[in-house]
Design a protein around this ligand. Structure first.
Ligand SMILES: [Ca+2]
Ligand SMILES: [Ca+2]
Ligand SMILES: [Ca+2]
Length: 404
């Protein structure tokens, strides 16, 4: 494909309907003259759907099919008759009075050959992924690239690239048509194209779609959204992508590092948060034992700063003051990183779970009653979202928890 850039932002939706679609072509009509013991032309080729008029210019004749088409039947045609051909094939006919019979009659004979019409090639517009792009519609945190980012902060502009192509190798487009960017069902912008030659694309790079509130948003690229162009496929003109927007967090947390503990040893943060590991005594490392390296294997000089951009549970330890292995003991800690959008969805859709009883808590202000644990057993409260329990009430045979 060659590069064509011919697009400018414009909103001109009212063109819809002014440019109609191509009308269906009606069958053509052809004429065969018969007189003096001959049909002229005796051999005729027509398209499916065409009609042939047989006109008598002298004498008494029939126009009688000798194959699968009856033509005008066995009766003499005094002036004219017509036959419409809807099936491809070769159809012989003759005059019963002036030809021999049999499989290959001679004399006053003719034939009509009917060929299937080949529909004219049509253009086809599609959202199109260019080489080096991650999708036909790219959403990025910054301009200057063609790589989609997985999510966005709510104080960040969203930069859009898109491309559409006419994938037909032969059929070009002449009239002006439009491509639209739709966000959450609302038109964000529309661009026009003044035609598009075969096997060619148009693109827009680094359109600033602005900021969006926290949540999941649907971006749609729709080409020929006003329906101006008659295409071979009208069902492949849309590309959709979900865009996740998460809150901007400049939240900072501090873990105090001393002989021989991290304080707090267990900390919950949100995606994007920063944790400062601050030495207040001794020589220690904060070394990740899971997917996050934390501060690495070297002793922390005075402080070390780690940003957590991935949701999950990340353990760490001091290399000098803990055991190794899969489950180290001693001077260890963990950071749980929550994904605020996922947490919000989980709270709305499912609520947190209490797996031991399969109870579902839909807070706020929800009270859940559990039977008292039997001797030497315990309850474990496990939740997919951050919960706050505002009251624990121990009764004779039950525990009542109230969630904020
Ligand atoms: Ca199409
Ligand atoms: Ca870009
Ligand atoms: Ca169309």
């Amino acid at each position: 494909m060659r590069l064509t850039i011919a697009t400018l932002p414009v909103i001109m939706i009212t063109l819809a309907g002014l440019l109609g679609s191509a009308s269906k072509t009606l069958g053509a009509t052809q004429t065969v003259i018969f007189k003096s013991n001959s049909f002229t032309p005796s051999s005729l080729t027509v398209n499916v759907g065409d009609t042939v008029i047989f006109k008598n210019q002298g004498g008494s004749h029939t126009v009688t099919g000798t194959g699968t088409d009856p033509f005008c039947g066995n009766g003499a045609i005094s002036t004219s008759c017509s036959v419409t051909f809807n099936t491809p094939g070769t159809f012989p006919y003759r005059c019963l009075f002036h030809s021999s019979g049999g499989a290959n009659p001679a004399g006053m004979v003719g034939s009509v050959t009917v060929v299937a019409t080949v529909p004219a090639d049509k253009p086809n517009l599609v959202p199109f992924r260019l080489n080096g792009w991650t999708a036909p519609l790219v959403v990025s945190r910054a301009p200057g690239n063609n790589i989609s980012d997985p999510d966005f902060f709510d104080d960040q502009d969203i930069w859009v690239d898109w491309a559409i192509a006419n994938t037909s190798l032969t059929a070009g487009i002449t009239p002006r048509f439009f491509t639209e960017l739709v966000i959450d069902g609302v038109s964000k912008s529309s661009w026009f194209h003044d035609g598009l030659t075969p096997d060619t694309f148009n693109k827009i790079e680094d359109f600033n779609a602005g900021k969006l509130p926290v949540g999941t948003h649907q971006f749609q690229l729709v080409t020929d959204h006003t329906g101006v162009i008659d295409e071979s496929n009208e069902a492949d003109n849309t590309f959709e992508v979900d865009v996740r927007v998460i809150p901007t967090f400049a939240n900072q947390h501090t873990v105090l590092v001393s002989d021989f503990s991290f304080n707090p040893a267990s900390l919950t943060v949100q995606k994007g948060d920063i944790v400062n590991f601050q030495i207040i005594g001794g020589t220690h490392t904060a070394t990740g034992t899971g997917a996050d390296p934390f501060c690495g294997n070297n002793a922390i000089p005075t402080a070390c700063r780690v940003t957590f951009n991935t949701a999950g549970l990340f353990p760490y330890r001091c290399l000098f003051h803990s055991s190794g292995g899969a489950n180290p003991t001693g001077m260890i800690g963990q950071i749980r990183v929550l994904d605020p959008v996922l947490a919000e969805q989980a709270a709305k859709v499912d609520g947190p779970y209490l797996p031991s009883t399969n109870a579902v808590v839909s807070y706020p202000n929800q009270t859940v009653t559990f039977p008292l644990p039997s001797a030497a057993t315990f309850w474990r409260l496990q939740s997919t979202v951050a919960l706050k329990i505002t009251q624990v009430e121990v009764k004779a045979a039950a525990v009542v928890l109230t969630f904020q």
